[in-house]
Design a protein. Structure first.
Lengths: 340, 470
């Protein structure tokens, strides 16, 4: 091939590939624009205040197409299909209790993501902001609204794409004291002190005493249910394995969690563990649940599932916590449920 | 904390580009003879291929966590295990790639297959939505990377006279790392233009990867040209009259001797590749690469230690690799040139001294704001002084016919050693805590460097080539 022809081939390839690449970007941009347009038949969303101190409401992150997509919204607990009120707070993950909200946000920097956790008051006004080391995953507020916890995924460095760890932090909103990494707590596993470089904590859930919490410890290929104390900076294994994303019931007696069904595969089923008897009850949801469930009341848990035929959006479902009944659709196009 | 570690072969990759490459071969060659040093067009072409390919790969890398967690709503934990297992496979693939390239006597072909395989994986990312299949695609992508590494380095070494190889590898690594820095920038620009446009990122990444392959095919001379440096092909005009292998010690009794480049040469088989280990210099280099690899704490741990001990803000964590990369790309060429001037051994050892200084700083952890910058600067200098210098030194001692196998041997040894180091370091961290684990690594590194200093000193040593220049 002559140099001239080679150059020609190069120019043509560059043009073709640039055209194709531009096409990809334009297509995605127009789709992104579409998601900002409400579709016919979608739930009605109106701008307004979402008061975290209101009762009998469910707050969540709205993902219905339209201008309020990814904003925190709320509906009456008795009529979850009703029109939504959306506040001007955009979150990747959200949770709230007793007038305190936590909103994990993921933005784009020049060469990396910029992630942060925003702790809000009842009117969703920012009280405090914390920089995060990775992509938002789980968020929780204690029943009193005093303690806030979050988990992020930290990716490896360049070319280590396929490797991740978690980082879980707890902050006390009365003092704004941050425990930036649960891995620094003293860990007791099966009766003995434990520390490993592959420790990963995720999915904190708080008890009503503003001190006790439960979380998952993943290490050496196993996951353990741990009970911790914020004041003493300790975590102790409860004696139950294969528990992820625990969620403590309002009465503090049971924990809803996702249990890995197939080793290695991303297939989990939702269970409820009775903390007094350690008896596990499978719930009537037969699909794979990859979420930290939230209790709507002492009898029902809610969680997000991918939208039928569309992995990119989720719906909220609820199921009785005693293994009876069947799962039912709670709120379409939504994630991060929190019963107020 | 980290589940597993990468310990992948040091950053590499490639891309090429430039219309100049092939065309100006003859002219550049003439210029080379007049002024001393120019970089062979093939090296620029391969550098451009690496740059483009790295833009493509790092685009994906940069958005992957976001895509998995936010886009697909998956928990990516457990990927670590898979990654760890795959590191071993990747190293073996590298060995296969290097040897295969020698065997078919076509480095460009094998490198091309490697680049092609990686390019094919990018559109697949658009189609898979589960962690398992995604893991498979990424594994294939790494297979491509493993395949191409050694043939590509062999091409670089075969197209450059021994006394300029340090510079040539430096130029290549600098271009490669530039791509690694540009990738995330490109990806985030796209995500800014299209919210949640992960498919656009993967699509563009695929286009970019294809462009890399196109440039490779167009501007990197194939078999006839690159395997026979003495040939009259323009791209090879940069070769000085004396045979490249002058620097190499006498080859083993095998028929692979550098002589008669135009003879149909006896086929390269596995036995001959194994016989490479009879070369005392190669044995020494492999030993040193393995020994030092065993004490090279992987990047991830370095960043983790930096955060632990320097107490830098969470938001800076994702930017730490960028610090290392910037220093690496700035210093790669000067370090390569220096290696040509004063000897590969000196620069290679100095690089490890830099790493040792970084460990020492991390251990000492003085409460000064400059600490993270210093550590990253030393870490980047370590890569600049070793990543391209090692293959340059290997190329000096391996006969042309087995160049790919020789480079792969050392590369694989180093990668496996680093992988073992990650496992050991993780275990040591678990048992002793971070500072004692680091202290152990520092002591081991010091011993390893001392051994390397002695072993590499033998008379045939690295000195042969540079001595002629200085």
């Amino acid at each position: 091939m002559t140099p001239k022809r080679r150059l020609l081939v190069l120019v043509v390839s560059v043009l073709l590939l640039a055209g194709l690449g531009t096409g990809f970007v334009l297509h995605a941009a127009s789709r992104a624009a579409d998601t900002n347009q409400a579709r016919a038949g979608d739930p009605t969303v109106t701008a307004g205040g979402v008061g975290l101190d209101q009762r009998a409401r469910i707050a969540f992150v709205n993902s219905a197409p339209g201008p309020h997509r990814t904003e925190v919204a709320a509906v009456p607990a008795a009529a979850p299909g009703a029109a939504r009120t959306a506040a001007q707070l955009k979150c990747a993950r959200f949770y709230a209790a007793s007038g305190t909200g936590v909103c994990l946000q993921s933005g784009l920097g020049v060469v990396s993501q910029t992630n942060r956790a925003v702790v809000t008051d009842a009117a969703l006004h920012t009280e405090h902001t914390f920089a995060l080391a990775g992509t938002p995953s789980r968020a929780r507020v204690s029943p009193s609204g005093h303690l806030v916890a979050w988990t992020v995924f930290v990716g490896g460095e360049s070319y280590g794409a396929a490797f991740f760890s978690t980082r879980t932090s707890i902050v006390d909103t009365r003092t704004w004291q941050l425990q930036s990494n649960l891995e620094d707590f003293a860990i007791t596993l099966n009766g003995s002190r434990y520390h490993a470089v592959d420790d990963n904590f995720w999915g904190v859930t708080f008890a009503a005493d503003d001190d006790t919490f439960y979380a998952t410890l993943g290490t050496g290929g196993h996951t353990y249910l741990m009970r911790g104390s914020v004041a003493h900076r300790t975590v102790v294994s409860v004696g139950v394995q294969n528990v992820e994303c625990p969620s403590l019931s309002p009465d503090g007696t049971r924990i809803a969690f996702k249990k890995r069904i197939l080793g290695g595969a991303s297939l989990w089923h939702e269970y409820v563990l009775d903390l007094r008897t350690l008896k596990q009850t499978p719930l009537a949801e037969h699909r794979s649940v990859d979420d930290q469930a939230a209790w709507l009341d002492d009898r029902t848990v809610a969680y997000a599932l991918p939208h039928e035929g569309d992995v990119k959006s989720t719906d909220l479902w609820s199921v009785p916590a005693d293994g009876s009944g069947a799962a039912r659709l709670l709120i379409r196009d939504a994630s991060s449920p929190a019963a107020l | 904390m980290y589940l597993a570690d990468r310990a992948a072969p040091a950053r590499e990759d490639s891309a090429e580009r430039t219309g100049r490459a092939g065309r100006t071969g003859r002219k550049a060659g003439a210029a080379v003879r007049r002024r001393a040093p120019a970089v062979a067009p093939v090296v620029l072409a391969l550098g451009a291929v690496s740059l483009i390919t790295d833009v493509s790969s790092e685009m994906v890398t940069a958005v992957l966590p976001l895509y998995l967690v936010v886009g697909l709503g998956l928990s990516p934990l457990g990927f670590g295990t898979l990654d760890g297992v795959y590191n071993g496979v990747s190293a073996l693939v590298q060995l296969t790639g290097g040897h295969l390239a020698d065997r078919v006597r076509d480095h460009k072909l094998i490198a091309g297959i490697g680049y092609g395989l990686s390019a094919l994986c990018k559109p697949l990312l658009l189609l898979v939505h589960g962690l398992g299949p995604l893991g498979v695609v990424l594994a294939l992508e790494r297979t491509g990377k493993g395949l191409r590494t050694s043939p590509r380095d062999a091409l670089i070494s075969l197209s450059t006279p021994a006394e300029h190889r340090g510079r040539a590898f430096g130029v290549h690594r600098a271009m490669d790392t530039t791509g690694a820095v540009l990738g995330p920038v490109t990806a985030f620009l796209i995500l800014r233009a299209a919210t949640d446009g992960y498919d656009a990122v993967f699509g563009v990444s695929a286009c970019v990867a294809v462009l890399g392959v196109v440039v490779l095919v167009l501007f990197v001379p194939g078999r006839a040209a690159s395997a026979r440096p003495a040939g009259p092909v323009p791209a090879q005009a940069a070769e000085p009259p004396e045979p490249v292998t002058a620097a190499a010690p006498p080859a083993p009794a095998s028929a692979s001797a550098p002589a008669a480049p135009d003879a149909p040469a006896t086929p390269v088989d596995l036995r001959e590749a194994v016989r490479l280990l009879r070369l005392p210099r190669l044995r020494a280099l492999t030993l040193c690469a393995v020994l030092l690899g065993l004490t090279t704490v992987s990047d991830a741990f370095v960043y983790l230690l930096l955060q632990h001990r320097a107490g830098i803000g969470e938001e800076w964590f994702p930017l730490l690799p960028l610090g290392t990369a910037s220093v690496f790309l700035l210093l790669a060429v000067p370090a390569g040139v220096l290696a040509d001037r004063i000897g590969r051994r000196t620069v290679f050892l100095a690089g490890h001294a830099g790493l040792l200084a970084a460990y020492a700083l991390l251990l000492w952890a003085p409460g000064v704001p400059a600490l993270p910058y210093l550590v990253l600067a030393l870490h980047g200098s370590f890569y600049a002084a070793t990543d391209g210098v090692l293959p340059a030194a290997v190329a000096d001692v391996v006969p042309e016919a087995l160049r790919g196998s020789g480079l792969a041997l050392v590369g694989t040894g180093q990668a496996l050693a680093r992988f073992c180091c990650s496992l050991a370091f993780g275990a040591a961290w678990t048992v002793w805590g971070d500072s004692r684990a680091l202290l152990g690594s520092a002591v081991a590194l010091l011993l390893g460097a001392a051994v390397a200093g002695v072993v590499l000193r033998s008379p045939t040593a690295v000195r042969t080539t540079p001595a002629r220049i200085s």
